[in-house]
Design a protein around this ligand. Structure first.
Ligand SMILES: Cc1cc2nc3c(=O)[nH]c(=O)nc-3n(C[C@H](O)[C@H](O)[C@H](O)COP(=O)(O)OP(=O)(O)OC[C@H]3O[C@@H](n4cnc5c(N)ncnc54)[C@H](O)[C@@H]3O)c2cc1C
Length: 721
């Protein structure tokens, strides 16, 4: 309403300006003709004339009407250089800021909603260097004054910044024009005021701050290297430390573009994902799921059976799966791809040198133009009193420790309610352990929406897991052979309840911390917090040293490690020509409990926290033919869209193969395809993937044009006669 009023007012004023021929007063001839009369008026009441001039100037610029240049000349002609400069300088900055605000108020939301993704880079640039850009634009008089006001209003620049930069940036140009105005009689045309020489000087002045900034950046970069002796020649183009997902992909890319690259791995090729993470956990999940299906035979018209299995064989299968996948990440494979693989522990000794303690006991030193740190993360073990005494396993040790057992641990405690804790708790519950899962937060899988946490809890509970949320582990104790964990829980009555839980084995799955120590970061002074500090190009303090994967964060997934690896390798090898900012705009992930939970983009809680307007469309998979046939008719597809539009902001899928189903939405979001496009795509019947199309259908139904449909109803009635 307010917006409509403002637009009407602006339109009315603009139309009147032209309708009443006011623009004819704002020409050089008209100014020259009236100069005498104005001078007389000014002599009679100088304050009034100055005030009227000021207000008129502000109005003309605020409404983006043509004539600001003439009014600037008039300022000089009427008031002389000093007073004219003072009046024009303030009036033009205030008017420009009003125009900026009008554009922001009327258009910005619309523009940001329509082109949000594309504007992100501009907004990021404005947040970082906006004042410098504006200063350049203001100083170089070839950029139209009114256009700068309106365009800047559409960005995220702060109003105060816009005002003061405009005031300073326009000063030189204003001075030239006001000065020209003091000699109005000799002026033949507006174009003569700024000679090519002056324009060139302004342009130089305008780009000076940007050049200065680049120069300072260059000096700072040189300063970080100052105390190091750069080698005259390098042994390698790239050295990659760590043979997990991030390291493997970085080195592979380097080899593919014919760079000389060495990959160093101290332990097992394939890193956490292959040896301790994704691969073994998914192998275990499969066996556990099958055991559960046997238990639920009646769901499929079969006799219910108690799954009869050897846990030792289940764990042996897990190791067989690791061995079957291992060749994908092996030394042989990567050597064949053109990567030199060294097995040993790497330490960075200066920004270009890596010292490797090889597994045969020898040491090798290599220099490299660039280095990628891909040392991953390790399980975080909380400082819980008594934990070391009772003993525990983490994802690093559980696969080998449990492989020695004939039966799953009878009473198992899983510490942690994140994705890894949930996957392991459910699997061991299904394999027959009596599992207690302990989570300090009010719910498990806290990054997901509340309803997802509730579904996950219900599902784990159905598999026999006792899920304790809002329970804080405070210590571990032993009593002879017996082991206990003590947890604290605040009751609604504000009383703290303590519980002692007896267990046979404890899995610690409370998070993973980046591997930051012992390989040279401290000595080189490379800043770290929870992860290695990098900029958007994944450069560390030393622009030739990059970090990727779990060690760089902020995500801890195999696919994000591989994604970052591309940026690290390409920037490391080709950064002199072009650097790429790592793009985190569409990051998917999945938690492989049953039902699977998969997400890309925003969920409801994030959209609400960030104040992002959204609509929610939900399709229940309980209605899907294939899911009914498979007895997996549960879960949903939840899509967040821009209000009134089919543009996807985020998707959460809960259900069988949710991680696979999500791929269609990941593709859609990445390439800007909306729900209409998904609806218009043929999905094979009967597949689970149809759920995506039905979700799009739900959205379409909710946005059907009711008016048009009413008219169509009438049309068909008329056709029937
Ligand atoms: C139980 C579990 C389940 C998981 N499930 C999934 C999943 O389903 N999907 C998913 O996307 N992610 C999953 N993850 C996460 C995934 O495993 C990691 O995000 C991924 O492995 C990170 O890869 P990276 O290359 O950064 O590090 P890593 O794989 O940890 O590799 C780093 C390597 O660097 C080596 N290294 C360290 N320091 C040195 C040194 N100084 N010199 C030489 N070598 C060194 C290490 O030995 C290691 O091999 C899971 C993790 C766990 C623990």
């Amino acid at each position: 309403m307010k917006r409509a009023l403002l637009i009407t007012l602006i339109l009315a004023l603009t139309v009147s300006f032209f309708a009443f021929d006011l623009h004819h007063y704002l020409t050089l001839e008209s100014l020259k003709q009236s100069q005498h009369e104005f001078a007389e008026l000014n002599a009679q009441s100088p304050l009034k004339v100055a005030a009227v001039f000021f207000v008129l100037y502000v109005a003309v610029t605020a409404l983006s009407l043509p004539g600001a240049a003439i009014m600037t000349l008039a300022g000089g002609a009427l008031f002389g250089l000093a007073e004219g400069l003072l009046l024009v300088s303030f009036a033009s900055s205030i008017g420009a800021t009003l125009a900026f605000l009008v554009s922001r108020f009327v258009l910005r939301d619309w523009v940001q909603n329509r082109f949000g993704d594309k504007l992100k880079t501009i907004n990021d640039g404005i947040a970082k260097d906006g004042a410098l850009y504006l200063f350049t634009l203001r100083l170089v008089p070839v950029f139209p004054f009114f256009l700068i006001n309106l365009l800047m209003g559409l960005t995220s620049m702060r109003t105060v910044t816009f005002y003061w930069v405009s005031q300073i940036g326009m000063f030189a140009g204003t001075l030239v024009y006001v000065n020209a105005g003091t000699q109005l009689g000799q002026l033949e045309s507006l174009s003569g005021i700024l000679s090519p020489g002056i324009i060139f000087s302004f342009a130089l002045l305008g780009i000076f701050p940007l050049l200065a900034k680049k120069f300072i950046g260059w000096v700072q970069k040189r300063r970080v290297y100052a105390k190091w002796q750069r080698p005259a020649k390098y042994d390698r183009n790239l050295i990659v430390i760590g043979g997990g997902a991030a390291g493997l992909v970085s080195s592979y890319i380097a080899a593919a573009v014919k760079a000389k690259v060495t990959l160093i791995e101290t332990h097992k090729m394939g890193g956490d994902c292959l040896n301790y993470g994704c691969v073994p956990s998914k192998a275990l999940i499969k066996s556990a799921k099958l055991a559960q299906q046997i238990r639920n035979g009646e769901h499929y018209g079969l006799n219910t059976q108690h799954p009869d299995f050897s846990f030792r064989k289940v764990m042996a299968r897990v190791h067989e799966v690791i061995s079957a996948v291992a060749p994908h990440d092996s030394v042989e494979r990567y050597t064949g791809l053109g990567v030199e693989v060294l097995e040993g522990y790497a330490r960075i000794t200066d920004p270009w040198t890596v010292e490797i303690k090889l597994t045969d006991g020898s040491t090798q030193k290599l220099t490299s133009r660039s280095i990628v740190i891909a040392t991953g993360a390790r399980p975080f073990v909380p400082p819980l009193p008594g934990l070391d005494e009772v003993g525990y396993v983490t994802s690093d040790t559980l696969w080998s420790t449990f492989a020695e057992l004939d039966t799953p641990p009878e009473r198992l405690v899983v510490l942690g309610g994140g994705p890894i804790g949930c996957e392991l708790a459910q699997s061991f519950g299904r394999l027959g352990s009596q599992v207690t899962q302990i989570e300090m937060a009010p719910r498990i899988m806290i990054r997901e929406d509340v309803e997802i946490s509730e579904m996950a809890k219900a599902s784990l509970s159905a598999d026999g897991v006792e899920v304790l949320t809002n329970h804080k582990a405070i210590r571990c104790e032993t009593e002879g052979e017996q082991k206990f964990i003590v947890v604290e829980h605040d009751r609604p009555s504000n009383q703290t309840e303590t519980r002692r839980i007896e267990f046979d084995a404890l899995i610690c799955a409370v998070g993973r911390s980046a591997r930051l120590k012992g390989f040279g970061l401290e000595e080189l002074g490379i800043p770290t917090q929870r992860t290695v500090t990098t900029n958007e190009y994944l450069e560390t303090l030393y622009p030739n040293i990059y970090a990727a994967g779990d060690v760089a964060g902020p995500y801890q997934f195999t696919h994000t490690a591989a994604h970052q690896a591309w940026y690290a390798a390409v920037n490391a090898l080709f950064g002199d020509f072009k650097r790429f900012r790592v793009d985190y705009s569409v990051i998917p992930w999945a938690t492989f409990i049953e039902p699977e939970v998969a997400r890309v983009g925003l969920n409801e809680q994030e959209a609400n926290e960030q104040g992002i307007a959204h609509e929610v469309t939900k399709y229940g998979i309980d209605d899907l033919d294939r899911a009914i046939a498979d007895s997996t008719a549960h879960g949903f597809v939840k899509v967040l869209t821009v209000p009134g539009k089919d543009k996807i902001l985020g998707v959460t899928i809960v259900g069988e193969h949710a991680g696979d189903l999500l791929a269609e939405f990941v593709l859609a979001m990445k390439h800007g395809l909306g729900l209409n496009k998904i609806l218009g795509t043929i999905h094979t019947y009967p597949t689970l993937a149809e759920a995506n199309k039905y979700a799009a259908g739900e959205w379409k139904r909710a946005h059907a044009p009711q008016q048009v449909l009413a008219w169509l109803g009438r049309y068909h009635a008329w056709k029937r006669g």
